[in-house]
Design a protein around this ligand. Structure first.
Ligand SMILES: C[S@@+](CC[C@H](N)C(=O)[O-])C[C@H]1O[C@@H](n2cnc3c(N)ncnc32)[C@H](O)[C@@H]1O
Length: 282
């Protein structure tokens, strides 16, 4: 491993991130994961440190995608920011399920089949989409027997998607879930917890880089949390928000991270009365 100083990584990120469409402010508090990966990469290349890596990037355009993949923050957990998921469970999904139950065939589904479609953009190892199937199965399915929940979960990182397929988690990633939910939805597996099979149903995992690809939709609810509006630059945020809104049905909900703000613009959205992080498509 090369000998490097923390401040070298900060200066390097401040130089490199804007060239990748990302912004330093989003990484300030969570940079250690990214810095560790870059230091490992510098070691693999046999370079002496960040300055040498910078010079290498200046003459090796093929290295940029490699650096880009080092800059993905992968932190997630089940029921993250529980207030938002309580709102989804108690207000948003019941409303969407009730409306959809009244008129089947919407959202591009086969006629007669009622489906509420959600998109989890930047789904990490499945914590967010599986939280949705857990609260749907344990709380809502019996109340809305004629409607199915479908969650399309996308992420740029194949390793994370493979983890999502395995669906085995350290107990720490379940710490915001109520113990009775953990018991109902998971089985012990060594030191980990394995999501029981029925909770996989309705979740489709897909590799996509949101900067170049988005699913066709349209969706009733889109969760785009702790990705676009944290790590990307404002002009890229605005372009992606436009794409996201084209995939959100009128009356549908956009859920962003609790600490995130939308880019400036005249968006067809109104803030949901209860939640800072929830917007309704007008
Ligand atoms: C901080 S995690 C957030 C996970 C989850 N949404 C949450 O809030 O707990 C960000 C996720 O976005 C993914 N990601 C990063 N860049 C991406 C891109 N360009 N396209 C799609 N996913 C990306 C990362 O791999 C990671 O899984």
């Amino acid at each position: 491993m090369p000998q490097v100083k923390g401040e070298d990584c900060v200066a390097f990120l401040q130089w490199a991130l804007p060239r990748l469409g990302m912004r330093w402010a989003g990484f300030r508090k969570v940079r250690s994961q990214v810095c560790r990966r870059i230091v490992r990469r510098i070691g693999e290349l046999g370079l002496s440190g960040f300055e040498a890596y910078r010079r290498y990037l200046e003459v090796e355009p093929d290295e940029w995608p490699r650096l880009d993949s080092c800059c993905r923050v992968t932190i997630s957990r089940f029921h993250r920011d529980r207030g938002v998921f309580e709102l989804i469970r108690d207000r948003l999904l019941p409303e969407l399920l009730a409306v959809e139950g009244e008129g089947a065939g919407a959202a591009g589904t086969p006629l007669g089949e009622a489906v509420v479609g959600c998109w989890s953009a930047g789904c990490a190892s499945g914590e967010e989409p599986y939280t949705l199937t857990i609260l749907w199965r344990l709380h809502l399915r019996k109340r809305f027997p004629g409607v199915r929940l479908h969650v399309l979960a996308t992420d740029a990182d194949e390793t994370l998607l493979e983890r999502a397929r395995r669906a085995r988690y350290p107990p720490s990633s379940l710490r915001e879930l109520a113990p009775e939910w953990v018991e109902a939805a998971f089985a012990p597996a060594g030191g980990e917890l394995r999501l029981r099979r029925p909770f996989h149903q309705g979740v489709e995992l897909l590799r996509q880089d949101i900067r170049s690809e988005m699913p066709a939709g349209p969706f009733h609810m889109i969760l785009c949390r702790n990705l676009v509006f944290t790590y990307f630059q404002p002009d890229l945020q605005a372009r992606l928000l436009d794409g996201i809104l084209h995939r959100l049905l009128p009356g549908g909900y956009l859920v962003v991270g609790s600490h995130e703000r939308l880019p400036a613009g005249d968006w067809p959205l109104e803030r949901h009365i209860d939640g800072e992080a929830v917007f309704r498509r007008t």
